[in-house]
Design a binder for this molecule. Structure first.
Ligand code: 57M
Length: 359
């Protein structure tokens, strides 16, 4: 909204014209978020320590995690408001896609907050019941999918990377697919958030990719040149993605090993859901498997481990799932696991960007 106020004076001061451009406002949103996290980061950590919002480490986890006991958690209480403020300042708030994504951030943020609150400060110490959390996530995702489905001109075709002629029209079937993507991405990021910097690194990489995809999908000429679906208005989502990248970089400053702050469910659950929603809105749903490959890999490791564990009555494929624990227990230092996962995330993001040309 701030940009509108500034832009208002562009007839008197011509260089203010620059505020019209999405690219310029994306840079401003990224820097605003980064600056806000830096400004409030240390204050937040002190505040959380004072309020005794510290992590309780599970007894059955890898032994090196014991030293993390008491690390302030719920860093999402800083990340999420920063993203919202930054978006509010630099993006077009009346834009339907911005509104929908902001709705997702707020609702999933509240679910994560409740979960953390019950774990850390509440009475049961275990957070929301898995079923309750899941149902709440599905309800919010369903609202988003239904609004999209009803939105005039919404395209229910699924865009298949590498095969430009294949784009099946799912009709109403698009609704469950969208719900699956949003809820799946939310939980996948949550599962990945188990080592210092492990979730936020690939989040930064993934949102940088979607920053590009949103811009390209919202530009009629580029979208037609690249033969990707044109979705009028998604350009504004680049600003929101920029705000997330900036907040993510700022958070990584504190979350880098040895972490001074964890994001908590109040961070991981909305960030994952936002990633899924941006993928759905920009019509780059399937490519999310590649962009968010690390999150998919972590989730699959849990699915296979649990299935195998149940089938065999207690045997395991990995030393421990999610798979980052497997590598830790094999003796890899925590930072080695994290940095190697980041490298894979960057390679996958580059591959996903290459799908734009290879169609
Ligand atoms: C949350 N949370 C971290 C922190 C973070 C089905 C099952 C696989 C579920 C899974 C699970 O509960 N996953 C979701 C993972 C926790 O981090 C907190 O949670 C927030 C994210 N939601 O922000 O607040 C711990 O992770 C470590 N951490 C860091 N640095 C960070 O920046 O070191 C987190 C952020 C923190 C800290 O130690 O306490 C977590 O891992 O709990 N369950 C599991 O992941 C458990 N796996 C398991 O039981 N595997 C079984 C199979 C059969 C299901 C097996 O393989 O045998 C493991 N998690 C832990 N201990 N802690 C194993 C045991």
């Amino acid at each position: 909204m701030l940009f509108k106020l500034i832009y208002f004076f562009h007839t008197e001061i011509s260089w203010l014209n620059v505020f019209r451009y999405i690219t310029f406002r994306t840079i401003l949103a990224t820097l605003t978020s980064l600056l806000l996290v830096f400004l409030f980061g240390s204050w937040m950590i002190k505040k959380l320590r004072k309020m005794q919002v510290g992590e309780q480490i599970r007894e059955d986890g890898p032994p090196n995690h014991k030293s993390k006991e008491g690390t302030p958690t719920m860093g999402g209480c800083l990340i999420i408001p920063v993203i919202l403020v930054s978006t509010l300042l630099w993006a077009e708030f009346q834009n339907i896609y911005v509104m929908l994504v902001v709705f997702v951030i707020i609702c999933f943020g509240l679910i994560g907050f409740l979960d953390d609150y019950l774990k850390v400060g509440g009475t049961n110490g275990r957070g929301l019941k898995v079923r309750t959390k899941f149902i709440l996530q599905i309800i919010v995702a369903l609202v988003v999918a239904l609004v999209l489905q009803k939105y005039p001109g919404f395209d229910a075709r699924l865009n298949v990377p590498f095969f430009k002629t294949v784009s099946p029209d799912l009709g109403w079937g698009y609704v469950p697919v969208a719900v699956f993507i949003i809820v799946g991405a939310s939980n996948a990021v949550n599962l990945t958030d188990g080592l210092d910097g492990l979730a936020i690194g690939p989040i930064i990489v993934a949102f940088t990719s979607y920053l590009m995809f949103s811009y390209l999908a919202g530009h009629v000429k580029i979208a037609s040149y690249l033969q990707i679906p044109y979705v009028a208005g998604t350009g504004e989502l680049s600003i929101l993605c920029g705000a997330i990248v900036g907040a993510g970089l700022g958070f990584l400053w504190y979350n880098a090993h040895p972490a001074e702050l964890f994001m908590g469910d109040v961070g991981s659950i909305p960030l994952g859901a936002t990633l899924g929603t941006v993928a759905v809105v920009t019509k780059q749903e399937i490519v999310l498997i590649l962009v968010g490959g690390i999150f998919v890999f972590e989730t699959l490791s849990v699915i296979f481990q649990v299935a195998y564990f149940k089938m065999t009555g207690g045997q395991r494929i990995f030393k421990m799932a999610p798979i980052h624990h497997h590598f830790e227990l094999k003796g890899w230092p925590e930072t080695k696991v994290t940095v190697r996962f980041w490298i894979i995330a960057i390679i996958l993001a580059l591959l996903s960007i290459s799908t734009l040309k290879l169609r």
